[in-house]
Every structure is written in C-alpha cells, then in structure tokens.
Design a protein around this ligand. Structure first.
Ligand code: G6P
Length: 369
C-alpha cells in the first residue's frame, strides 16, 4: 500500500497532486488547441442528438452532482442549451418529464452508483439519449449509456473525490465548447481563446497546488472549529458546495456551502467571531459583489478565509487569510479554486486524527440505494 501511495501519506493527497497530469490525460487527443479542434468520438457520433436537444438533464450524486452544477453554468453560457441538474435519487422517484428530444448526461466516477444507474434506465425507457461521463472503464453506467466519454483520472482510492471532480469538469467543458462551436453560439475568437486557456489549466493547477503550505497554516488555526461556511457565486457556487462537502466528509466538521448572495437569507445569522467563512473570490465575474459579501461578514466579526487571484489587493485588505490561485478565464476558475479547498480539508482532517482515506460511514461506491 505504501508503494501505491507513491510516497504520499494518504491516497487523497496523492490524488490531489495528480490533478495536473490527469486533467492533461483527460483532454489529451481530444483538445487540439492550436488547430481549433475538439474531438470526442462519443460526442461526434451523436452530435445531431446534442444539437437537437431541447434541454440537457444532468443526473448524478455527491461530488459528481457538483461537477454537474458547474457544467450547467458552462453549457448554458457557451452553448446556450438549457440544462437541469438533478440528484439521481430524486429524479428517479419523482415521475420526471423526460422527452425523446432530451439528452441526459449521467456523471459518475465509479460508474456503479445505484441511483444514477436507475435514473439512466428511466431516461432510456422514456426514449432519451443518455451520455455517460465515467471514470471506471467498463463500469455498469458506462455500459448502460448510449455513448460517453471517460475521464482519465486513473483509480481514485480516497473516498472523498478529488481528481474525479476536476476531470469531470474538464470533459464537460470540452463538451460545452464542442457544442458551442457546432451551434455557433460562441464567437470563433472566444472559442479559440477558451481552447488555449484550457490547455494551460494543468500548469495552473500545478501552481495552485503550491498553496499547500498556506492551506496547512490555515488548517492549524481552524481545525477545532465546530462549523464552517463556504460561499461562492456563479461558477464558484458549486465549488463552495464541494468545498463544504470535502470538509464534512473527512473531518466531520459541520460545513455548509451557499451562494454568497443567499447569505443574507439565513446563514448570516450564524456569523460571529467563532465562525470561519471560506469565500471564493477570484477577480472575475461578480467580484465586486463578493467583496461586499466579505464586508458584511467582517462587520459581524466572522473569520474570512478567501481564495483570490494572485495579485489581489481589495479582498486581501479585508480577509483574515488569503489563498492565491493563478489567473484564468472566469468559466475555468472552478478547476483552480477547488484545489486549495481540497488541501484545506485534507490538512484539517489529518490534524484532527481522522481516517482521511476511509472516513466513517462513507463508501467509495454506493451500489445500494
Ligand atoms: C459516494 C462517494 C462520493 C461520490 C458519490 C457519487 O458518496 O463517497 O465521493 O461523489 O458516491 O459517486 P460516483 O461514483 O457516482 O461519482
């Protein structure tokens, strides 16, 4: 097992550090940035189905559901196709409306999650085209779907999903760009710019991994906190959910993710000097609004841990701690902002003496409902 961990103390840490290479493995051969080409056989063979889709329904569970939420923002923004994201467990039991023109995307690391598998079967029975995004080759979901694209994350052993999440987002970004190119909803120059930027993501993730020491220092300060709030807006709202999930899964600290602007409708009541608030504030999108959210937290003495773009000054002046990530285009920020949140959870869990790779009560693959 020590050999399998490749010198890392835990599988989770190894898997966090593998992200630059597995993201590259996931787009290798599919993203030809200089030629302006994205090619994925499962998408090319079924392009008409995607282009004729009245909407895309994404079904998934857990972290994969969070990747689906990021994809909703990306697909709607790039390709202007309506997207709904559903927990597979809710979808399968609520007599959902599924039309033949719908495309259903099932996202699953293991490819074995019982609820996701059942949602796929239901979608197929109703005539929808089902596309899978799985990591495990030959898994039940990959066999049950009409077509798909594998994430090339390699085996993920840690129960808390890390590299599966970023590779799922990579695939779904490629899909969104391919569809946008095909339906003409994105200008050629934007398309080209995104392709080049996506190609740079592995190096930027490697850069983001250098936040490890800062994350460890912050972990020391907050490891005994009973609660933690995660806030983000737009593309980074799902990252806030995922950051909170990572913390609760492995450290057993109660954590909640919220869209930053919703804070005033509830979570703000919880903020006092003992409440750490992790806020994702890259210098893109609704930055100014996030800054005012930070001011609201500060005026209530909450402790602010902010993930910011390198060179940021405004948030730095307000926050108790900042974690700097490299600059990228707004839609791709989740691939970077998620990295320090994984590291923060990891260090907190280790410091609390938790079983990081096999947290209590959780399973890597949930094959029962
Ligand atoms: C379990 C795992 C999570 C995972 C979820 C969905 O809860 O512990 O890490 O996100 O199942 O799994 P899947 O294999 O379908 O992505």
């Amino acid at each position: 097992e020590q050999i399998e961990k490749g010198g890392y103390e835990h599988f989770m840490l190894k898997e966090i550090y593998e992200q630059p290479s597995v993201i590259k493995d996931t787009y290798r051969g599919r993203l030809l940035a200089n030629k302006g080409i994205i090619q994925m056989a499962g998408v090319e063979d079924n392009l008409e189905k995607f282009l004729n889709a009245e909407r895309i329904i994404i079904v998934a569970c857990g972290t994969s559901w969070h990747a689906g939420l990021v994809a909703e923002y990306i697909i709607e923004e790039f390709a202007r196709i309506p997207v709904e994201v559903e927990y597979a467990s809710e979808f399968r039991y609520r007599n959902p409306i599924i039309n033949k023109e719908d495309v259903v995307i099932a996202i699953s690391q293991s490819g074995e999650t019982a609820d996701t598998l059942a949602a796929i079967k239901l979608a197929k029975e109703n005539g929808a085209f089902v596309f899978g995004v799985c990591n495990v080759v030959g898994s039940s979901i990959s066999r049950e779907t009409h077509a798909g694209a594998y994430t090339h994350a390699g085996p993920e052993i840690g129960v808390a999903s890390t590299k599966a999440f970023t590779t799922q987002i990579t695939i779904l970004t490629l899909l969104a760009l391919r569809l946008a190119k095909a339906n003409g909803k994105m200008t050629n120059s934007d398309y080209q710019r995104y392709l080049l930027e996506l190609e740079l993501i592995p190096e930027k993730v490697a850069e983001a991994l250098k936040t490890n020491d800062v994350a460890k220092e912050i972990a020391k300060i907050y490891k005994d906190a009973p609660n933690c709030l995660y806030l983000g807006r737009g593309y980074n709202f799902p990252v806030a959910l995922e950051g909170a999930l990572k913390l609760k899964e492995i450290s057993y600290i109660h954590a909640e993710g919220y869209p930053a602007a919703e804070m005033k409708h509830g979570p703000i009541a919880l903020i006092d000097e003992s409440m750490p608030v992790v806020i994702i504030a890259p210098n893109k999108g609704h930055y100014d609004k996030v800054v005012s959210n930070i001011q609201e937290i500060k005026s209530r003495s909450g402790k602010i841990i902010a993930v910011v773009t390198k060179g940021d000054t405004q948030v730095k002046a307000l926050a108790d701690h900042v974690i700097e990530i490299p600059e990228t285009t707004e839609a791709l920020t989740p691939l970077l902002t998620t990295i320090p949140l994984q590291l923060l959870s990891y260090h907190i869990a280790v410091m609390r003496g938790c079983n990081v790779d096999q947290p209590r009560n959780l399973a890597k693959s949930v094959t029962v409902e």
